[in-house]
Design a protein around this ligand. Structure first.
Ligand code: UFG
Length: 330
C-alpha cells in the first residue's frame, strides 16, 4: 500500500512515516516545510507544496496514486489562533477542503485525520469518551472540529471514509533517537522542562498551582508519539479492510499532573528543573484524560508506553539535538 502523508515532515507525521516504512508501506510526503523539517523526511520522497494549493495537491496525488491519505498538515497553537484566526481557518479548514477535493479528483477515498482532544474544550466529566460534548472554545479547536464535520459530510455525499484520531498530549520521541520533537516555537511542557534542565532555556513557569487536582497543578494524558504512530497504521489497515469510519480518542487513560511530569524529568535528568510559578494560562482545562476504550475495540489499539518512557526518549533526542533558541542564536 502507498500512503500520501500530508504534513509528513512534522513531529507526529514524521514518526508515522518511520512506522509506515518499518511496516512495509510505501509513502510520499507532501509538506511546505513551514513547521516541518526536511531532515525528518527519510522514508519516502518529499513533494514540497502547500495544503492550500489545490492544483499542486491534485497533481501530486494523481502522479503518486496513493491508496490512502494521512493528514497532519495543520497549524496547532491555541494562542496564535486567537490572534490570527483567519490563518487557522485558511490552513486547517480551507486547506483541508483542498485536500479532500484533490482526493476526489484522484479517486482516493480513505483518510486518517490528525485531530485533537482540544475539541472537547473544558469538559465537565473525566475521563473523556467520544460521546463527551464538543466545545470548541477557540479558533484552533473550532478549525479542527470544522474539518471533522466536513469529513462526515464528504462521507455521506461522496463516500470518503475516514478515521478521525483525537490525540491527547503527544509527547516523547523515536526510541532510536532518529527524530523527535522539534518546534521552532516551543510551547509544550516536556521539551521546555528538558531543555531548561539542560541549561538551554530559562526556568519553566508552572501555569497554575490552584487547580482542583490533588497537587494543584493541571492534569494531562501524555501519549507517546510512537503509540500514536502505531494507531495510525492500524487505522489505515482498518479502512483498507473495509472497516467503518470512526472517531477515536488516543490517550493512555491515565493522567499526570504538571508536578508529576516535573518529577519524572528530574528523575531522568538526575537534577532539578529550574522553575518559576505563574497564574493559569487562559483556556487551560484543569484535567484532560482519555477513555481510550473505543480505540481498543475498533482498532485493537492500546498505548504501550507510559510517562517514564516518554521522558526518557524525549531526553535522549534533546540531549543529542539542540534546536533551542540559544543554539539558533549561536
Ligand atoms: N504548562 C506549564 N508551563 C509551560 C507549558 C505548559 O505549566 O511552560 C502546563 C500547561 O498549563 C498544561 C500542561 O503543562 O497544564 C501541558 O501543556 P502543553 O502546552 O504541553 O499542552 P496542552 O495540554 O496545552 O496542549 C495540548 C496539545 C496542543 C494543543 C492543545 C490544545 O499538546 O498541541 O492541547 O488545547 F494545541
Amino acid at each position: 500500500m502507498r500512503i500520501f502523508v500530508a504534513g509528513g515532515a512534522g513531529y507526529i507525521g514524521s514518526h508515522c512515516c518511520k512506522a509506515l516504512a518499518k511496516a512495509g508501506f510505501e509513502l510520499v510526503v507532501y509538506d511546505n516545510l513551514s513547521t516541518g523539517h526536511r531532515e525528518f523526511v527519510k522514508w519516502g520522497p518529499l513533494i514540497e507544496g502547500d495544503i492550500r494549493d489545490g492544483e499542486s495537491l491534485t497533481k501530486a496525488m494523481r502522479e503518486t496514486r496513493p491508496d490512502a491519505v494521512m493528514h497532519f498538515a495543520a497549524l496547532a497553537l491555541v494562542g496564535e489562533s486567537m490572534v490570527d484566526p483567519g490563518r487557522y481557518y485558511d490552513v486547517n479548514v480551507a486547506g483541508g477542503l483542498r485536500l479532500l477535493e484533490a482526493m476526489r479528483a484522484a479517486g482516493v477515498d480513505e483518510l486518517v485525520f490528525s485531530s485533537t482532544c482540544a475539541v472537547y474544550g473544558i469538559p465537565e466529566t473525566i475521563p473523556i469518551t467520544e460521546a463527551t460534548p464538543e466545545r470548541p472554545i477557540n479558533p484552533y479547536r473550532a478549525s479542527k472540529l470544522a474539518f471533522e464535520r466536513m469529513l462526515k459530510d464528504f462521507e455521506q455525499a461522496y463516500g470518503v471514509k475516514s478515521v478521525r484520531l483525537r490525540y491527547f498530549n503527544a509527547a516523547g520521541a523515536d526510541e532510536e533517537g532518529e527524530i523527535g520533537e522539534w518546534h521552532e516555537h516551543e510551547t509544550h511542557l516536556i521539551p521546555l522542562l528538558i531543555e531548561a534542565t539542560l541549561g538551554r532555556r530559562p526556568p519553566v513557569s508552572i501555569f497554575g498551582t490552584d487547580y482542583p487536582t490533588p497537587d494543584g497543578t493541571a492534569i494531562r494524558d501524555y501519549i507517546h508519539v510512537e503509540d500514536l504512530a502505531a494507531a495510525h497504521l492500524l487505522a489505515v489497515r482498518h479502512l483498507a479492510a473495509g472497516g467503518a469510519p470512526a472517531v477515536l480518542n488516543l490517550g493512555t487513560g491515565r493522567g499526570d499532573s504538571v508536578a508529576q511530569v516535573i518529577a519524572a524529568v528530574e528523575a531522568a535528568c538526575g537534577r532539578q528543573v529550574p522553575l518559576t510559578r505563574s497564574g493559569r494560562r487562559p483556556g487551560d482545562p484543569p484535567a484532560l484524560v482519555a477513555n481510550p476504550s473505543q480505540a481498543a475495540s475498533v482498532l485493537g489499539w492500546t498505548a504501550a508506553r507510559e510517562l517514564r518512557q516518554i521522558v526518557a526518549d524525549a531526553l535522549h533526542w534533546h540531549a543529542a539535538n539542540d534546536h533551542s533558541p540559544r543554539a539558533a542564536a549561536l
